[in-house]
Design a binder for this molecule. Sequence first.
Ligand SMILES: [Fe+2]
Length: 324
Amino acid sequence: MPASLAIPAASAEEVRVYSGRHYNTDRQVFKAFSDQTGIKVRLLESKGASLVERLRREGSNSKADVILLVDAARINNAAKAGLFAPINSAALKRDVPARYRDPSGRWFGVSRRLRVMVVNSKIVPMSKLKTYADLSKPFLKNKVCLRNRQNVYNQSLVADQIALRGVDATKAWLKGMISNVSQPYFPGDISLVRAVAQGQCGIGIVNHYYVSRMLAGVNGNKDQKLANSVRVFIPDPAHVNISAAAVAKYSKNKNNAIRLVEFLASPKGSALLALPTFEHPVSVNNTSGYVTRFGAFTPDSVTISQLSQYQPMAIRMMAEAGWK
Ligand SMILES: [Fe+2]
């Protein structure tokens, strides 16, 4: 579009995005959307939990048009709290596989991430690993590192295991896994990768893209070296989590908001969002060598709605099991 047309369009038309994602590269996708449509994007980034809180507080006065959140349970909980407007869009139904969108059309997956094991193969032999269940086995005594239980990624993993294996098996798994932990609990996935690399522990659970980012040198030379000394094992089947987009219930700008959500979920938009962060786009896999070196993966059968359904139970069970 010529600049002379883009200027009036941009001043007249904009969408406000509240985003709980935290990657600089996301700006590229919003720029591509603006270039393509003349619609300006205003971005407000914040922690997911505080974004949801803010939306609640603002109610019908909210200026938000589009919400971007990471984690299945978080997005679905916000939907259940009535914060999103349902959308009926042929493009979204076509571009987002059914398992990665809300059956009621309130949110749509735009990128995927796997919860994987990061392994120090001098301490834990890769050949002994198969599923998340292994983390509770006696051969990993004092070798497991975990991130603290406040983290939604682990809450969704536990919810996933409840859906997949049932309450009793998950309880036993938690008990065994916690008894295998000898280290303090970690504040983030990256610090956990470092601890595994440095041999403080033999194995931990992290989102795959943190290791990829370290491998690619995003966090500097030191982390790159550390990441090169660990291995990643993708449990089979793998727990897949998403980041997702939704139209805010009180958006004053619904048509443009829908256009942005459609763009984010489209093959082009999803790739612009997911490839630079080493996530997987919503319907194809990331082909970066920093991701493919972990090997192929098979998603498990748990739906995003189930992750949200079992999240409160997961949080309770994690506390009961002594997950710090
Ligand atoms: Fe993350």
